[in-house]
Design a protein around this ligand. Structure first.
Ligand SMILES: [Zn+2]
Length: 218
């Protein structure tokens, strides 16, 4: 009965969480999962993508599909091997679907790459030269996660101001975020295919998509 109430949306998010915590379990297991269409999308994109614009268009395509399918927020990201041009992983925003505030597209793509390669450090000596292509600049959380991930290159489409313009809180990101990442050896490119990524953000706003901000967002 409780599960039915959760499925039908009769419980608040916190009640649903309390129910999940009450489930008998011998260990704590955390679930993060992509939408059902993502595996098929990945298998259709197994080739090499030599140009930066092509790689970014894949991240933007993911964001657009996520909006069209109603499977999450208007953000997409891919981790690419800079040398071969092949995709290592892909991620879309899954905050609501996974009941996880950290399930931003960048975090999903990075975590998927780390688990696929079997290493928490994407800069380890036996890993590919990993680049994160994201449809929007990282928020404060994703910015903080980048140095720990080992990703060596960051390429962004929309600016965080573009996300803020439709109501998203990007958090207290320092003004020097670019130089802070560069100091840690991460190369940065911004505004690549920005207009296409902004179109997806604007489409999400037009559809009145959920703005799932944290509390006390500015
Ligand atoms: Zn983020």
């Amino acid at each position: 009965m409780m599960a039915a109430a959760v499925r039908s949306g009769h419980l608040s998010a916190c009640s649903a969480f309390a129910y999940a915590c009450a489930m008998p379990s011998s260990e704590q297991t955390i679930y993060l999962h992509g939408p059902s269409w993502l595996a098929g999308w990945l298998s259709n994109h197994a080739g090499a993508y030599p140009h930066s614009e092509e790689r970014m268009q894949l991240a933007i395509e993911l964001s657009a599909i996520n909006v069209a399918e109603g499977t999450g927020g208007p953000f997409g990201a891919v981790v690419v091997d800079m040398q071969s041009g092949r995709l290592i992983s892909a991620g879309v925003n899954r905050v609501i679907a996974c009941s996880a505030s950290m399930a931003h597209a960048e975090m999903m793509a990075i975590t998927a790459a780390q688990q696929k390669l079997g290493c928490f450090d994407l800069a380890a000596s036996d890993t590919p030269d990993c680049a994160l292509f994201t449809s929007c600049e990282p928020c404060a959380m994703c910015f903080g996660a980048l140095p720990w991930s080992g990703v060596r290159h960051l390429i962004c489409a929309a600016r965080d101001g573009d996300a803020r313009a439709i109501g998203f809180d990007e958090g207290p990101k320092m003004a020097t975020w670019r130089s802070q990442l560069e100091k840690r050896g991460i190369t940065i490119q911004t505004d690549l295919c920005r207009a296409d990524a902004v179109d997806v953000l604007q489409d999400y706003a037009k559809r009145q998509g959920v703005i799932y901000n944290g509390r006390h967002a500015a």
